[in-house]
Design a protein around this ligand. Structure first.
Ligand code: ATP
Length: 768
């Protein structure tokens, strides 16, 4: 038996050798290509102005020059492309040389005489057309490797379903072009390889998982049918990992038709963006557009400060305020805003005077008159366009009449040399007589002075969006039955007053910002970005239905992949369980697919078994069979001993080269921890905002920023009954604890939180 294994190893080693040699040859060729391309490019750059025909003496000469420059630029950009192409290729080959493939499958295809063996790697490689030595992991046939079963299996290709008989599945570890291990497997992808992958230490950057993709994850990665793919998965079940591979898959599958700029991912915070930004480049693909929802709204509301993650997380609310907030996050509110806007087609639009030199260019009444002069078939977008056209006509007439006014005459007389120069710009300065020159200058001057009016027109400044927004809120009781929502008239009025006060102060809530933008988009007839093809939203439980509907409105032609864990909502109270119901109203059921990931890969079995008990409905979470230490729980008398306990753990982690994150409930707690550690002479980095970078070494991070991240060792700072009171905080505490990969230390002052106290004592070690 051993003999056979040795034989196999030798054969595979030999095969690897030939592949590495061929890659070596290809690298030499690619290097030569890259050099040639670079030289070509440098040559053009050097001769750029030599080869450009410059003649600016006459108009036609200038035209020629421009065309000639354009031609040279085009040539240059073509060469630049071929250089980039050559270096990309080189880059891929160099990666392949180190680790050409990680698996081999043998199969028999119907109608073929013999079996076929193929090797699967990070990207494809052939030494002649049609002779593939390595298949890309995203190629259709590679799918059967991940699917688990042997024997008769099928896979999807762009031309339909194909069937093969799968006879062998073999895995390799290859390091620096050298074969380390070979093992054959017939179940789901060998647990050994996965165990190796998971045993590694955490990193400040997430890595790709191509060689160990699990069957359920493969389904998510390769789905091309669903308009809405909804993935509900436990903490650490590989949702984020799977979507990043999915983006790589889609870019491969639709190569030439889809580029990274047509894929957008909404992520929980900037820290997380930073954490995942190496995965796609590692896979040889460009990163997609990545944004937080906050960034998405903020760039469009520059005049108002939007409540940020921390403010939103730390705000205290009364019961009624919570109900109002929940309403403002609902699809019901979204539909109500839509309805309100429809009504604006007949009346109610709020305008702002357009002024010129202290007088009205067009006052509110005039604007209203124009806006409502179009017949009832006009939608809001058309109405706006019609109004703008009319205003521009008025503006042109205004230019004609202003030229003859007194102020213009005076202004022209008093022009300085500089101003004159400015007005002439590139225009020829020859005039028949003084009168003609005066007319010219007067006209230029008036046009310049009227520029702010023109801007007000083209940039929709005559809309009074703030007043409109408030009016919309005030109209809500007429559109929505507040009694049913248990919201009182007084409660709602107080809320609207608060929104007004906030706006005076240039602030708007996170909830409010979505409604504000949606209303504005409806008023301006915005149609959304039709070129966006795929939208990914991670940590979906932290979004509300309004936001999702608004994102959908913005990307009307995109397919959606939503990932989340309804057990990890950090904004408890902003009801998430109704989200699924609301989503089902937004997408067609036959185009919706729901995938459940229940195995947690991040943490050891001991940690997963412990953390899932924090949840009242955590039974469905399965731990992955990888053993480690039991979590520890320690209650101390005071803050001083709390610090001591943390320090003890830090020392242990340091000794074993495990990176530690101390997670506090909020930013105030974290500031305190940082001070205490500093006094005690410990070095640690406090993460204050999402704009910071993750660094090596110990970090201190507030719960709401720990989202999506993972660490070797986690210390939960002060999990006392005061900090994590009741069921309300279940999900938050679960999220924090589930960040740990190998070690989990829970420390608390005086009285442990009931959420920990209820956990079966066999699942942790209690430290006195
Ligand atoms: N198939 C796999 N092979 C190797 N590692 C995996 C696999 N699936 C997941 N992992 C690893 O498990 C860890 C957790 O994965 P990931 O962060 O994607 O989970 P998640 O579901 O997004 O978690 P959370 O909801 O808690 O943020 C990561 O380190 C990831 O690399």
């Amino acid at each position: 038996m051993k003999h056979l294994a040795d034989q196999i190893f030798e054969q595979e080693k030999h095969h690897l050798g030939t592949v590495v040699d061929k890659i070596g040859t290809a690298i030499k060729k690619a290097e030569a290509d890259a050099t040639t391309a670079k030289n070509n490019q440098t040559e053009i750059e050097k001769n750029f102005f030599k080869d450009v025909r410059v003649n600016t003496g006459t108009y036609s000469g200038m035209m020629d020059t421009a065309i000639s420059v354009r031609q040279q630029q085009q040539l240059l950009s073509e060469r630049e492309n071929s250089w980039r192409h050559a270096t990309d290729r080189l880059d891929t080959l160099q990666k392949l040389e180190k680790r050409p493939y990680f698996a081999r499958i043998d199969f028999h295809e119907d109608g073929e005489k013999s079996d076929e063996a193929i090797y699967i790697g990070l990207s494809s490689f052939s030494d002649s057309p049609e002779h593939f030595l390595i298949y890309d992991w995203r190629a259709p046939i590679s799918s059967v490797y991940y699917d688990g079963q042997m024997g008769d299996v099928s896979y999807q290709t762009p031309d339909g379903t194909q069937h093969v008989n799968l006879k062998l599945k073999r895995q390799f570890t290859i390091e620096d072009s050298e074969l380390k291990t070979v093992f054959d497997t017939d179940e789901t992808i060998g647990d050994q390889m996965l165990l190796n992958a998971l045993g590694n230490q955490s990193d400040v950057k997430m890595k790709s998982i191509v060689s160990t993709i699990q069957r359920e994850q493969n389904k998510i990665i390769r789905n091309t049918d669903a308009d809405l793919l909804f993935v509900q998965g436990a903490a650490g079940s590989g949702k984020t990992a799977a979507i990043l591979q999915r983006v790589a898959f889609l870019l491969y599958r639709y190569r030439g038709k889809l580029n990274a700029g047509q894929v957008i991912m909404f992520s929980p915070n900037q820290l997380f963006n930073d954490y995942v930004d190496q995965v796609l480049p590692e896979l040889g693909e460009q990163n997609m557009i990545q944004m937080t929802y906050y960034q998405f709204t903020r760039r469009r509301i520059p005049n108002l400060e939007i409540e940020n993650l921390q403010e939103r997380f730390e705000k205290q609310r009364t019961e009624e305020e919570r109900r109002i907030q929940s309403f403002e996050g609902s699809l019901q509110f979204f539909n109500a805003v839509t309805k309100y806007a429809e009504h604006l087609g007949t009346s109610g639009m709020r305008f702002r005077n357009i002024t010129f030199h202290g007088n009205h260019f067009a006052d509110r009444d005039r604007l209203k008159e124009i806006y409502y002069s179009f017949n009832s078939t006009y939608n809001l977008g058309n109405r706006l366009e019609g109004t703008k056209d009319e205003l521009i006509r008025m503006l042109n007439r205004k230019v004609g009449s202003e030229i003859r006014s007194k102020w213009v005459e005076e202004a022209v007389q008093n022009l300085s040399q500089e101003e004159l120069h400015d007005l002439f710009k590139n225009n020829p300065r020859e005039f028949k007589d003084n009168d003609e020159e005066f007319k010219f200058l007067a006209r230029q001057l008036v046009i310049k002075e009227l520029q702010p009016v023109k801007n007000a027109i083209t940039r929709n400044r005559f809309f009074n969006i703030n007043a409109q927004f408030i009016h919309m809120l005030r109209s809500m009781p007429k559109i929505v039955d507040f009694d049913k929502l248990n919201i009182s008239e007084a409660g709602w009025d107080a809320h609207v007053e608060q929104v007004m006060a906030d706006m005076k102060d240039h602030h708007i809530s996170a909830q409010g910002s979505s409604a504000y933008l949606y209303l504005f988009d409806l008023m301006t007839g915005k149609k959304g970005e039709r070129s966006m093809r795929y939208v990914f939203i991670d940590e979906i439980q932290d979004y509300n239905a309004f936001q999702l509907a608004y994102i959908r409105f913005n990307y009307p032609r995109a397919k959606f992949t939503l990932l989340g864990d309804l057990n990890q909502a950090i904004f408890a109270g902003e009801t998430t369980h109704s989200l699924l119901t609301e989503l089902s109203q937004m997408f067609k059921p036959e185009k919706t697919e729901v995938v459940q990931l229940s195995k947690s890969y991040r943490s050891t079995q001991q940690i997963t078994d412990f953390t899932k008990e924090i949840l009242s409905e955590g039974e469905s979470i399965e731990s992955f069979n990888r053993t480690g230490e039991l979590p520890t729980v320690q209650v101390t008398a005071d803050e001083k001993s709390l610090l001591k306990a943390a320090q003890r753990q830090l020392a242990r982690d340091r000794q074993d080269h495990e990176t530690t994150a101390i997670i506090g409930r909020d930013s105030v707690d974290c500031e305190r921890i940082a001070d205490l550690l500093k006094e005690a002479g410990e070095s640690a980095t406090l993460i204050r905002s999402e704009n910071q970078r993750l660094v090596d070494g110990t970090i201190i991070v507030p719960s709401f920023l720990a989202k999506g991240l993972e660490f070797d060792s986690v210390i939960v700072w002060d999990a006392s009954d005061k900090k994590y009171e009741a069921d309300y905080d279940q999900q938050l505490l679960y999220t924090i604890c589930s960040r740990a990969m190998h070690r989990l230390t829970v420390i608390a002052q005086q009285q442990i939180s009931p959420l920990i106290a209820k956990i079966n004592p066999d699942l942790y070690q209690s430290i006195q």
